[in-house]
Design a protein around this ligand. Structure first.
Ligand code: 5FU
Length: 459
């Protein structure tokens, strides 16, 4: 075990890094929580940490050292004592009288400074401190961070030209905790998913239009219908009815129909599927007011996708108002749907980013897929994604939502509805087993409906 690993494990034992479900100040739900303030009361650990941080920059010739208040203040103080580099203190707020200086201590303009921070997330709070120091004429020579939450802040600051180093990234920390038996596989995966999908990338997140605005701006009749349905029924819940008999789907609809805005189906898993049954389901959808959504995930060449959409046993084009398609083959699937849905009765929902823990939809794929999506935007109303940023003209549908589980053991990864909406920017949540496998699907649907709608109001 390395000294760094031993230090990490000590932090874990002292609850400085915790795992579970935590609501952050921003309202975002995080599977881990880091609070280094407790370190101030542990002189031995504080000394070890200071040494590790100073070693990040062996050739540093900084003239000043400063900690971002408050958590990094004691760390910077010990680093100053250990290294002999003079400390300056950044005030959290202006005194409102006297010199109104924001940086206290003895320093001169032009001096180089090591800035110390406990955790970097979006990088915004670090930037505030940087601004204050730079306004006082201090040059930021390097930024030393104890833990990088890997949510974009470090990259963002580096892109702005700052020399930023972190002692640990959360991915590395999780690997160490996992290796030494402190964290089970499911919890480790949940943290890694959070990191991978998180879109708390600094201040760049685009403000998304609210549902009420979309009734005016909707560029497709199906989008208008979906949004109006959601607003009227006060629900952004799409139920995934992954049941294998026609009767079971009917029974579920009887329980949840009043609380959902769309019913998502995999028609090919319904053993006794028939077009007559589908007619009955359509009548029920009209009566209970929800849209029918075929999660067919078309992915083949355009010609085949066209046949899969309009023909075969399921004749999806005759009943689905929404249909999913992958863009892995290019725009073929989207074009096939578009050319056959001549009355714009069916809208496309491309799969951009999957909810599985080992999805291949990485950032490179996202960029290329978004290019295809942009080019065919008129037939697209929503995009299936997790934390990836999507163009604001489209709705975001987010599956992988469950109020109790973190995963299903077969690759599916879950978040709470609150996390999906507030952290990932979902407009609509897709819930399957969280509803139909619960003891009481009706009350489960009501609970997802309420939580989803409340979270949407907070956006
Ligand atoms: F595109 C996706 C995805 O990335 N993840 C998904 O889970 C689609 N899904 C579907 O949402 C999946 O096929 C299920 O029908 C549903 C989620 O079901 P669960 O029971 O809530 O896990």
């Amino acid at each position: 075990m390395t000294a760094k690993e031993a230090f990490l494990l000590e932090m874990y034992e002292l609850d400085i890094i915790k795992f579970g479900r935590f609501t952050l100040k921003s309202g975002i739900e995080s599977p881990f929580y880091i609070d280094l303030r407790g370190l101030a009361s542990n002189p031995t650990l504080l000394k070890t940490l200071s040494q590790h941080l100073l070693e990040l920059l062996p050739d540093g010739d900084a003239q000043l050292i400063c900690g971002v208040p408050y958590a990094a203040l004691p760390i910077a103080t010990v680093m100053s004592i250990t290294s002999g580099i003079p400390l300056v203190i950044k005030r959290k707020e202006n005194k409102g009288y006297g010199t109104q200086k924001m940086v206290e201590g003895v320093y001169e303009a032009g001096q180089g400074c090591l800035l110390v921070e406990d955790v970097v997330t979006s990088g915004k709070s670090l930037l505030e401190t940087i601004d204050e120091l730079e306004r006082a004429g201090i040059v930021i020579q390097a930024i030393l961070v104890v833990i990088d939450r890997e949510q974009g802040g470090k990259k963002w600051l580096r892109a702005k030209g700052y020399n930023i180093h972190a002692l640990f990234g959360i991915t590395e920390a999780v690997a160490v905790f996992n290796r030494y038996g402190k964290l089970d596989k499911a919890a480790a995966e949940s943290v890694l998913r959070f990191v991978r999908h998180s879109h708390a990338t600094s201040a760049q997140a685009e403000k998304r239009p609210c549902l009420a605005d979309r009734t005016r701006t909707a560029h497709h009749p199906v989008m208008k219908k979906l949004v109006e349905t959601a607003l009227e029924k006060e629900t952004n819940l799409i139920c995934a009815a992954d049941l294998t008999t026609a009767d079971a789907v009917f029974a579920l609809v009887g329980q949840v129909g009043d609380h959902i805005c769309a019913l998502k189906l995999h028609a090919d898993i319904v053993e006794d599927f028939s077009l007559e049954w589908m007619q009955e389901l359509r009548a029920l959808a009209a009566q209970k007011k929800f849209l029918l959504f075929a999660d067919r995930k078309l992915a083949d060449i355009g010609h085949t996708a066209g046949l899969q959409f309009s023909g075969g046993v399921h004749q999806i084009a005759t009943w689905a108002e929404l249909i999913t398609a992958h863009v892995v083959a290019g725009a073929g699937s989207i074009q096939a749907i578009k050319s056959q849905a001549t009355d714009r009765q069916t809208a496309v929902v491309p799969i951009l980013q999957m909810s599985t823990v080992d999805t291949l939809t990485d950032s490179d794929y996202l960029k290329k897929a978004l290019n295809v999506i942009h080019q065919h935007g008129d037939s697209i109303v929503a995009i299936v994604a997790q934390g990836a940023a999507i163009p604001p003209r489209f709705l975001k549908f987010t599956p992988g939502v469950h109020s109790a589980a973190q995963g299903d053991g077969s690759g599916q990864g879950y978040h709470s509805s609150r996390h999906a909406i507030l952290n990932h920017g979902a407009d609509f949540i897709i819930v399957g087993r969280g509803i139909y496998r619960s003891e009481n699907p009706k009350s489960a649907a009501i609970s997802y409906q309420k939580k989803g709608w409340e979270a949407l109001k907070e956006v």
